[in-house]
Design a protein around this ligand. Sequence first.
Ligand code: XLS
Ligand code: NI
Ligand code: NI
Length: 441
Amino acid sequence: MSTGFFGDIKPIRFEGPDSDNPLAYRHYDPDEMVMGKRLEDHLRFAVCYWHSFTWPGGDPFGGQTFERPWFPKAGSGDTMELAKRKADVAFEMFSLLGVPFFTFHDADVRPEADTFAESRKRLDEIADYFQKKMEETGVRLLWGTANLFSHRRYMAGAATNPDPDVFAHAAATVKACMDVTKRLGGENYVLWGGREGYETLLNTDIGRELDQMGRFLSLVVDYKHRIGFKGTILIEPKPQEPTKHQYDYDVATVYGFLRRYGLENEVKVNIEQGHAVLAGHSFEHELALANALGIFGSIDMNRNDYQSGWDTDQFPNNVPEMALAYYQVLLAGGFSTGGTNFDAKLRRQSLDPDDLLAAHVGGMDCCARGLKAAARMLEDKALSGPLEERYAGWNSREAQAMLSGKRSLEEIAERVEKEKVDPRPRSGRQEKLENIVNRYV
Ligand code: XLS
Ligand code: NI
Ligand code: NI
């Protein structure tokens, strides 16, 4: 039954590149076979609940711009009835778009109550409601997560808070969210350390806070195994915002943290394009590094404005960038439990219900074009051929002996003199490779 929110818009269909229908897919045909796999199964799109249905359109200079029938009226509180209306529209949108997955925080889907116990009951009640809608629509849960950053109790951190009661509150909250994620068949559980960081060292003990965070994550991993949750635990790195310095700065930092607490085989990363950029990296750098370290999990596919310097969470619209990103995803073997989550919000002037649809349609088309270009580059060995050639010298017996630890520094030095080793620099061919990429995008 239609909620009427989107008017009489019909489900979005693939109409091919020549279509001028603004609400049709031109490049995303879920059934198209790419490298032996359906496009839908490659991309595994997810709509996020928070930006699309909860965020009111505010910025630091002004409040709500969006008017949604499920927002509480001025002066009155949020209710479970409104939460269910919101869910009705959310699932309607998932179905109209034909996305296979969604993602949510506890705070997005139910109003917070006066006590923890009551908040948890509300979350369970909404999960029941979701369960029915998921059965009806076939939409699945990519990941669930806890909002440990909006409420003022978390202003000085959740796991890293100086107050152990906040740590406990956060732990109980994550337990509730993991329970619900498991019950709904979620394929991952995400931890983004929203306020796990600091503003000033004058009031912060970094070593202690990292140990608290390590303990917290160990508790989460233990619990995952105890309840038999089969999904992947993911950390989402971000260098700053909201705190000045976030502990999960980037992929390399998270890997070091996981190693320190012995969790590198238990936890993977959810990499967000905008966060990569904030950390001074490219998206593909973060993806390639995660793959190299064996912790690649999932992606949040939302970009930043390159001039503004903060997390603007915009829908992707740059095909060459997406192509390089999905190239790394394909090199990593594609997604297993992960997927492409649009942690992206409309601009605050984009008021209309169909702006929400158009944003996702455009983002999905852009990703589809990028992935298809990446697949063609891979199939043609357009980049992997030259790369193999570049490192070919390492295939020699002597090179392998050096690499595997069979040669000491003295032995290597001796050979350099004896054989008059005299390496000749070779071109890195960057421009030629860039030209190759441009043939595919
Ligand atoms: C914020 C993060 C957040 C996570 C989920 O910058 O991207 O939205 O994805 O808590
Ligand atoms: Ni973000
Ligand atoms: Ni994110």
